[in-house]
Design a protein around this ligand. Structure first.
Ligand SMILES: Nc1ncnc2c1ncn2[C@@H]1O[C@H](COP(=O)(O)OP(=O)(O)OP(=O)(O)O)[C@@H](O)[C@H]1O
Ligand SMILES: [Mg+2]
Length: 244
């Protein structure tokens, strides 16, 4: 496993936001954390990113314990839930942000930004400001910004939540292709089962701070491990999706 969560517990004022959470993601894979609102998905991502500290349990990356390593040193890219771009920075400056912090050379930054603009098919839009972009374009820039410093692990928290259904569908196949092309291990949070089914190699179903089941989309749909998963997953919807 590339990243492993072992028996993670996290409470907020006695409330269990994560309870004995254990799962792993293999190198280069895209895993989805799927579960209803409040089931603890964002909490898990924040602990992996070092923005929150677990009360107990281990976070391992390639077998190395990460708990005490500061977030900025973990080599993680994060696309936040409802996270806007920096409004007063151009697209190019937004993408360059993480590289500027690392004090990379100007020429190197320029080159990397060009490369990423190309990757997200926005080559000529580097000088625009966020308000001059569509919602889908903004999320593509957020993705490029997270990828710029070459993270080992990419975390995406409901990156398409604010985007309408049609564009959202296009964006998720785009995202899957991009992640495959870049080869970065990724964890994607969603409460939309169709989104999870379509993008993920592995789905981790969360409920009330616990992991209910881990499996491929097929396993989750056809062999639900708990009554919660059975109720939460809409099998006809999955089958219709597979017919497409
Ligand atoms: N900083 C905090 N202080 C107190 N409670 C918190 C804090 N962060 C999260 N929680 C609680 O922990 C639970 C899990 O929250 P979390 O944000 O991880 O859920 P989620 O699955 O990401 O939900 P959503 O789909 O709505 O984003 C919720 O009940 C939430 O209110
Ligand atoms: Mg959340």
């Amino acid at each position: 496993m590339y990243i492993e969560m072992r028996e993670i517990n996290k409470t907020f004022d006695g409330f269990h936001a994560s309870e004995n959470v254990s799962f792993g993601v293999e190198k280069g894979h895209l895993a989805a954390l799927l579960g209803p609102s409040g089931s603890g998905k964002t909490t898990i991502l924040r602990m992996i990113a070092g923005l929150d500290v677990p009360d107990s349990g281990d976070i391992l990356v390639e077998g190395k314990r990460m708990n005490d390593i500061p977030g900025s040193k973990r080599g993680i890219g994060f696309v936040f839930q409802n996270y806007a771009l920096f409004r007063y920075m151009t697209v190019a400056d937004n993408i360059a942000f993480g590289l500027e912090i690392q004090k990379r050379k100007k020429t190197e930054i320029k080159e990397r930004v060009e490369e990423l603009l190309e990757l997200i098919s926005m080559k000529d839009l580097g000088k625009r400001y966020p308000h001059q972009l569509s919602g889908g374009q903004r999320q593509r820039v957020a993705f490029a910004r997270a990828l710029a410093p070459d993270p080992h692990l990419l975390l995406l928290d409901e990156p398409f939540a604010a985007i309408d259904a049609k564009v959202r569908r296009e964006l998720r196949s785009w995202l899957k292709e991009m992640i495959g092309r870049v080869g970065v291990t990724s964890i994607f949070v969603t409460h939309d089962q169709e989104e999870a089914m379509e993008v993920a190699d592995t789905i981790i179903v969360t409920n009330q701070g616990r992991v209910e089941q881990i499996g491929t989309p097929e396993e989750i749909c056809h062999h639900p491990a708990t009554s919660f998963v059975q109720d939460f997953i809409d099998l006809p919807r999955y089958e219709a999706l597979m017919m497409k």
